[in-house]
Design a binder for this molecule. Structure first.
Ligand code: SF4
Length: 322
């Protein structure tokens, strides 16, 4: 594939400081996103998916820090930019949709004024021009009668409409990279499908690269060309979605795929992965998945495997393939 590299994450490691204790969260995360690519990031809660997205956006909380690695975006290491430059990129060249729309919107301003403010923070245009721009963006995200709509406050809207406003804010300045962190978690099932359909159509029409974080493998299968599987703060497998779903290699990926309910199987109980994701302060020696892995060998409990690459997109971090 010949698209240029948009985002190049190299050995990214982060930690949180809680009551003078340093807690490592991400370790040596390495992957790339090309222009226009759709990448799904999957893994159980606690795998570090959201921390990864926040680190890329420069939105980690004040007690968190990136202690190693690089985030090269459009050729520049974001970790070397000053806060003002990073703010300029956010919302403009790169944007993020968060899990909970209410926390992304300011309750005391109308939704129109919030989009206008964002546009005017990045473009030198009048309020009137920015409002026309906002109405245009609202229409793009499927909000009818946008002129009236712009005067409403977030609390006057349904959850689905609020998430459409959040998406409008994210795409207002045509970012080249859109990060979506579980964008439908807070919504009813019937609205979830509409929002995912909207993100997919925007992704196709605007040729944005997208990084979709989800625990729903079915969503990734339908929307993402490539997939990255995370476990306990590390990337354990990457690949093209179709190939990886047909021929998963890492025992964790296999277990995740087995736990998806299947309509054509009449089973009483869903398969689950025994045990839990380890606490960041109590990471096991060797392979972090070893205590839960059904095919773990002695070596797995002693030494950590490297990521073994099969191609530009495919790789696996497991002793079975080294
Ligand atoms: Fe299982 Fe060993 Fe592979 Fe880890 S390295 S996933 S424990 S086989």
């Amino acid at each position: 594939m010949s698209e240029e590299i948009l985002l190049d994450i190299r050995r990214l490691s982060t930690a949180f400081e809680v009551e003078d204790v340093i807690i490592p969260i991400l370790k040596d995360i390495t992957f790339r996103i090309h222009s226009g690519e759709s990448l799904g990031v999957v893994g159980e809660s606690g795998s570090g998916k959201s921390v990864l997205a926040h680190a890329i956006m420069g939105l980690l909380p004040s007690n968190a820090q990136v202690y190693n690695g690089e985030i090269i975006y459009e050729g520049r290491d974001l970790l070397k930019l000053n806060p003002k430059k990073r703010r300029q990129l956010r919302g403009d060249r790169m944007a993020m949709i968060f899990q909970e729309p209410m926390t992304s919107l300011n309750p005391v301003y109308t939704v129109g004024s919030q989009v206008v403010e964002l546009i005017r923070a990045h473009r030198k245009i009048s309020k009137k021009e920015a409002l026309a721009w906002a109405v245009d963006i609202f229409e793009k995200v499927g909000i009818p009668q946008s002129n009236d709509f712009a005067n409403r406050y977030p609390h006057e809207l349904s959850g689905g409409m609020r998430q459409r406003v959040v998406i409008a804010l994210a795409i207002a300045l045509s970012p080249v990279l859109l990060l979506a962190d579980e964008p439908t978690t807070a919504l009813d099932v019937s609205i979830q499908a509409q929002i995912l359909e909207l993100i997919q159509s925007l992704q196709d029409n605007m040729k944005m690269a997208t990084m979709l974080i989800t625990h729903d493998l079915g969503v990734v299968a339908g929307m993402c060309r490539n997939v990255l599987v995370m476990y306990a703060g590390q990337v354990v497998e990457t690949g093209e979605t179709e190939e990886l779903f047909k021929f998963p290699k890492h025992p964790y990926t296999k277990a995740l795929l087995k736990s998806i309910p299947k309509l054509d199987q009449n089973t009483e109980f869903l398969e689950t992965i025994k045990g839990m994701v380890p606490h960041p302060q109590r990471m096991p020696e060797g392979c972090r998945f070893a205590p839960r892995c059904e095919v773990a060998m002695d070596q797995c409990h002693r030494e950590e495997p490297d990521m073994h690459s099969f191609s530009e997109y495919a790789g696996v971090k497991c002793w079975l393939y080294q």
